[in-house]
Design a protein around this ligand. Sequence first.
Ligand SMILES: Cc1cc2nc3c(=O)[nH]c(=O)nc-3n(C[C@H](O)[C@H](O)[C@H](O)COP(=O)(O)O)c2cc1C
Length: 220
Amino acid sequence: MNARPEKVAHFLFCFYYLTLRRILTASSILIGYPFLMSDSIPTMKILAFAATNHKKSINKQLVEYAAKLITHAEVEILDLNDYELPLYGQDKEEEIGHPQLAKDFLTKIQQSDAIIISFAEHNGSYSVAYKNIFDWCSRIEPKVFQNKKMVLISTSPGARGGATVLASAVQSAPHFNGVVKANLSIPNFFDNFDQDKQCLKHSELNEQFKDAISHIDHLT
Ligand SMILES: Cc1cc2nc3c(=O)[nH]c(=O)nc-3n(C[C@H](O)[C@H](O)[C@H](O)COP(=O)(O)O)c2cc1C
């Protein structure tokens, strides 16, 4: 009895697929590349930082709270004090070239799947510390955010919670290939954030915050 061609094709497809899968799995065990195994689940990496060099930064406290809410990813929190550079200027760039720390910062972005930034507001704009590292980075890679998903937040002791700098960051992010998934400012930080428990006090604001963060707590 002759086998039907489609059944033969199906059999051959299954045979080759299973054989290839076994070879890949075996080689991944042998040479130590577990990512080749089809059943392994990649871990999403989130980079988070407060856009300030304030050692007692309230935005850093907010970022740390955001990191605690992330359940499906690894979170690395950077401190801009570790990326202190000379004040950017074109003459300085001609003099010293592109600093290694700016390259390192871009590599951190490149190695992440998503980014959380909490912006400090100084006179309605970015802190000097953030603008400085950003400007240096933009001279090396103009698309600083490298197509990463982003959640942008801000807080301040005032009633607007850094809403002005946040709006500016949200508006400009696409020009630097940032894909903003959500944004939220937290007003009156010292009224709304529990300093002892390190979390937001009021349930409605807390739900809004969790919802914003949830936009990058998965791989899709
Ligand atoms: C130079 C300077 C300018 C500031 N301008 C603003 C402002 O425009 N809006 C605001 O809400 N807070 C302003 N503040 C208060 C900051 O929100 C506050 O210092 C806050 O702690 C900054 O966030 P950080 O602690 O995360 O750095 C300013 C503070 C400084 C030092």
